[in-house]
Design a protein around this ligand. Sequence first.
Ligand code: HOZ
Length: 428
Amino acid sequence: MKNTQSKNLFNEASKYIPGGVNSPVRAFKSVGGDPIFIERAKGSYLFDADGNRYIDYIASWGPMIMGHAWEPVIEAVQKAAERSTSFGTPTEMEIELARLIVNEIPNVDRIRMVNSGTEATMSAIRLARGFSGKNKFIKFAGNYHGHGDSFLIKAGSGAVTLGHPSSPGVTPGTAQDTLLAEYNDLASVEALVKANPGEIAAIILEPIPGNMGCILPEAGFIKGLREICNKEDIILIFDEVMTGFRLGFGGAQATLGVEADLVTYGKVIGAGLPVGAYGGRADIMEYIAPNGPVYQAGTLSGNPIAMTAGYTLLKHLKENPSVYTDLAKKCGQIEDGLHPLLQEKGIDYQINRQGSMISLHFSNSPVRDFESAKLGDNQHFRNFFHAMLEEGVYLPPSAYESWFLNAALSDSDIDHTLQAAKNSLEKL
Ligand code: HOZ
């Protein structure tokens, strides 16, 4: 596949942008080779600067759930842009989006819009600390909550992809308030709670992690966390940046039947524009400025174009729950098609899937936490990734990222993907 233009662009980008990219996983460092520069996208396809077409399994890391350049969002955004791109004042569209979410998500009584998932999680932790008067919080190894200092300790996503799950630059003072537990291991949480009595403000987690590949919670794990939080007066925060409005309109909370005290959103909520949000119990949320003393603000928060995009998409998803059943069906077809190919190849593998999130781990043991996620054969992943790219299928360029399906994927796209997987596995 010709990629001269992408190579040229990457060389040029590297002169001005660290590593040539504005978010590290995109640099292809863990899979090798030069990143592909995308020029445009439509429906289920990405088109690169050399004119190659790919079936997209990144979906902008989640947001493009209806496929690319989905007309209702494009039209709404164009109209909103004509009215100006930002006011720095309240607008009616902020109410529309907030009302839609508050009315539909049971325990979200109030919601505050920010600009990214990172901002949402940073703000939620500050709020939990301010509200509770406690400093420490528990996070899980391999869960990724954006690049706020206190989260970059054994973090998933790009941090583990590039081999630095605990980032330099995070001071020991900050790190000491982040307590690390193992995902799917309630005993590790109980031990931390016991060792830090009355000191833990919050437990934050990706209820269905997607940043160490897709991993599923085992029976009783999430309910067990809820019980610990109730008993110990700890605020339970679900980071639903990936899962919110993606696994279903109610996200992981509805899927798992467990309610958090605070929830953070990103990705789908902005339909591809930069939006994050955090919401939850009214008594906690009213503790944020201007009503409460915990400060958080943003010039572009509630941006009119971003709110319009998010509202248009979320309204459609709320009114058309079949989007989710169709997506899950398509993802099931991918999973069902991959199993015999991988078995025929005789290669060690695990597939984890929930709704339209799926991961292929080249590993012989179940992938259920950070340690088991790291056991995957990255050389196989690299080879598979590049072979699939050659076949016109764009997977996330990291074994630690989930694949995301979009509603525009056709049956023939799925057939093409499975044929590509067959051809790619033959080359391993
Ligand atoms: N960290 C995000 C995925 N888990 C975004 C990666 C990117 O946009 O490069």
